[in-house]
Design a protein around this ligand. Structure first.
Ligand code: HAM
Length: 431
């Protein structure tokens, strides 16, 4: 196959207009996460494939079809991470936090990889903001994590996201749940799509997730089986949502008895957030409890819960709601120079400004003053400092306020302090 010098399908470059937006979203999210007491982890993008093969579920689409799985040069079987939870559990165990840390509350922001057919909202490289909590079984924790999820979306400006919750029961419930589903679907087998007919054998829970209209119509079956304890846990979570966080059923969240997740590790509370402004790929985030996963990956029994937001989809949802993107912060100052000697002095001035924490821009192409002022205008600089032969001779700098268009002469030594006095703290990046 010919090598093409372009980005792979389903991956994208983010150019500065977009990264400014991403940074604004990330900064807002970090502030909220900090309020809730989460700390950041950064795990490798590349992991031993086993990390995911042992955790996500053999019959899941991710493991079956979507993992970027390959042998590295040393013959090791590795994978680009398709999600963050398995890596977090691996890191939690590898660093012995199960033995020392008590409650662990982590968040991460970073790229994930799934070899899916690209379409709107479905990328091969996409970004997740995820949280994982280890060591808490309390239903209050589930409610708090859900409140954080909705708080994050709210703080980013989203108003119409829909939270769907369901109870997936515990490991002991699973055989009863599956046989209940088989008993319901078996007599209706012929009405299912061919893939779901297979799912009926391998993992009937997946049928509930099928997008085929015929299968969807059938999925209006009974609630999933859950034992008394799991039912109690779930109703405690809903109680907290209603009474502590003021969320009303149907209005702020919906109980979705068909909700299952695309990964097998979930137990008890499972949830998803969808957005009406997106197309077929309308899930902007999802998560739930995974009380068995730490043990399944070789650790002690450790209750855990988390979620991940798909950031591309969050941004699409913000677009759909017409939430204005945060404008990028412009440089505060433009240094315009006339003549070669002034250029050298201009370079020095730019350095002094930046050392003093002022974002500054300038050029050395010898263009006319008019053109340089046009550049300053385009960059939305608040102040232009001008240096020509006159200024060099007098040891001054001409300072032009771009808003009032007033021009003043400032002594060379005093000009950095004068600029700092005039520009907003946001433009002066160093304190
Ligand atoms: P997930 O539902 O597979 O869960 O992914 C979470 C979110 O990532 C989705 O709701 C979606 O917004 C986004 N996403 C997934 N695949 C793609 C794609 N191909 N292109 C664009 N966005 C995508 C997890 O990954 C779990 N690890 C979440 C979790 C954390 N559960 C417990 N803790």
């Amino acid at each position: 196959m010919a090598t093409r010098l372009e980005a792979l399908g389903g991956t994208s470059d983010l150019l500065p207009d977009e990264t400014a937006r991403w940074q604004a979203v990330e900064a807002r999210a970090r502030a909220i996460l900090h309020c809730y007491g989460y700390q950041e982890i950064r795990t490798p993008i590349l992991e031993y494939a086993e990390v995911f093969l042992q955790s996500l579920g053999e019959a899941t689409e991710i493991v079956q079809k979507q993992m970027y799985l390959f042998e590295d040069r040393g013959g090791r079987r590795v994978a680009l991470r398709p999600e963050g939870t398995a890596s977090a559990v691996r890191a939690y165990l590898e660093h012995g936090l199960d033995k020392t840390a008590g409650l662990v509350k982590w968040y991460y922001i970073g790229p994930m990889f799934r070899a899916e057919r690209p379409q709107a909202g479905r990328r091969r490289q996409f970004h997740q903001l995820g949280v994982e909590v280890f060591g808490s079984a309390s239903p209050h924790r589930d409610a708090e994590v859900l409140a954080l999820l909705m708080d994050l979306l709210n703080a980013l400006g989203l108003r119409t996201a829909i939270l769907k919750v369901n109870n997936l029961g515990c490991r002991e419930d699973r055989p009863k749940m599956l046989s209940g589903l088989r008993a319901y679907y078996e007599p209706r087998r012929r009405e299912l799509c061919s893939e779901c007919q297979q799912r009926l054998v391998v993992n009937p829970l997946r049928i509930l997730d099928c997008k085929q209209p015929a299968c969807q119509a059938l999925a209006q079956g009974p609630e999933l089986f859950a034992c008394t304890k799991c039912k109690g846990h779930f109703s405690d979570v809903l109680h907290d949502l209603e009474n502590t966080f003021g969320m009303k059923q149907s209005q702020d969240y919906v109980f979705e008895k068909r909700l299952v997740r695309g990964l097998d590790y979930y137990t008890r509370t499972a949830f998803e957030v969808t957005h009406p402004g997106l197309g077929a790929q309308d899930a902007i985030g999802g998560g739930g409890r995974y009380d068995d996963l730490v043990q399944q990956m070789g650790g002690p029994a450790t209750p855990a819960i988390g979620f991940a937001l798909g950031l591309e989809r969050v941004l699409m949802a913000l677009d759909a709601e017409q939430v204005a993107p945060a404008p990028p912060t412009p440089p505060a100052v433009f240094v315009a120079t006339l003549g070669e000697a002034a250029q050298t002095k201009g370079l020095e001035l730019l350095h002094r400004l930046r050392q003093a924490g002022v974002a500054a821009e300038g050029e050395y192409e010898g263009r006319s003053l008019k053109r340089q002022l046009e550049s300053a205008n385009k960059l939305r600089c608040a102040v232009v400092l001008m240096l020509g032969e006159d200024e060099l001779a007098k040891g001054t700098v001409a300072l032009r306020d771009m808003q009032t268009r007033q021009q003043t002469e400032v002594a060379w030594e005093a000009c950095v302090a004068e600029v700092r006095r005039r520009v907003t703290p946001a433009a002066a990046v160093r304190a």
